[in-house]
Ligand binder design. Structure first.
Ligand code: TYD
Length: 212
């Protein structure tokens, strides 16, 4: 049986990850790979219910620790019921956001320590990490424009946080990629979707060659 793989897409708000996740899933399927396309927060019934609590919180919202716990709880369900079984069955899991979003948003943005976030992940999901994390990056000016457009549309509780929060998130993501080049591929998110997709496919070529 072929080896299952776990690929996460990460990045700030509105960098086009979801489109890229879909294009990647289609390209892998066209090569005969069985793919599970999923997202966080969410991916299972329980984790989707937690997503609603996180993005549209009741009352005055969650404190930063409660928020981190909820992300970890949703992820735990997602890993146990969907991600691990799929990898074990030899499928490729493409996940729109995973643990590095918690490290960047709840850690970098929200101020929780890296070790606390990783402890929650160890307890919740036995520390599962992607084989490859595709970090889609756009210049800060583009992020600011997209945030302004989203705000006009009505953003969610996390996307709607101020520019300083999102700048800390972006800085955290780029630090992770620098510190861990073997797990991260930095993808230039500028250009039309087809161009960005081509960059993603070339970042994936080592994994695809291993399979051949
Ligand atoms: P979503 O609408 O899926 O955002 P996007 O299209 O930008 O991916 O909303 C997910 C939000 O949740 C987004 O603002 C990032 C945030 N988030 C965290 O703060 N921590 C996490 O661990 C994850 C997975 C997401």
């Amino acid at each position: 049986m072929s080896i299952g793989r776990f690929i996460a897409l990460e990045g700030g708000e509105g960098v086009g990850k979801s489109t890229q996740a879909r294009l990647l899933a289609e390209a892998l399927e066209a090569r005969g790979i069985s793919v599970v396309l999923t997202r966080e927060p969410g991916g299972t019934a329980g984790a989707e219910a937690i997503r609603a609590l996180l993005l549209d919180p009741p009352g005055s919202g969650w404190n930063p620790r409660a928020e981190a716990l909820l992300f970890a709880a949703g992820r735990s369900d997602h890993v146990e019921r969907l991600i691990r079984p799929a990898i074990e069955a030899g499928q490729w899991v493409i996940c729109d956001r995973f643990i590095d979003s918690s490290r960047a948003y709840q850690g970098g943005g929200g101020g929780l320590s890296e070790s606390d976030i990783l402890d929650l992940h160890r307890v919740g999901s036995e520390g599962l990490l992607p084989d490859l994390t595709l970090l889609v990056e756009v210049p800060p000016q583009r992020t600011a424009e997209r945030l302004a457009m989203r705000d006009a549309d009505g953003s969610d509780a996390i996307g709607g946080r101020d520019a300083a929060y999102h700048a800390r998130v972006a800085a955290a993501f780029s630090r992770f990629a620098e510190e861990n080049p073997e797990r991260f591929a930095r993808i230039d998110g500028e250009g039309i979707p087809g161009e960005i997709h081509a960059r993603i496919m070339s970042a994936l070529s080592p994994l695809l060659e291993e399979r051949a």
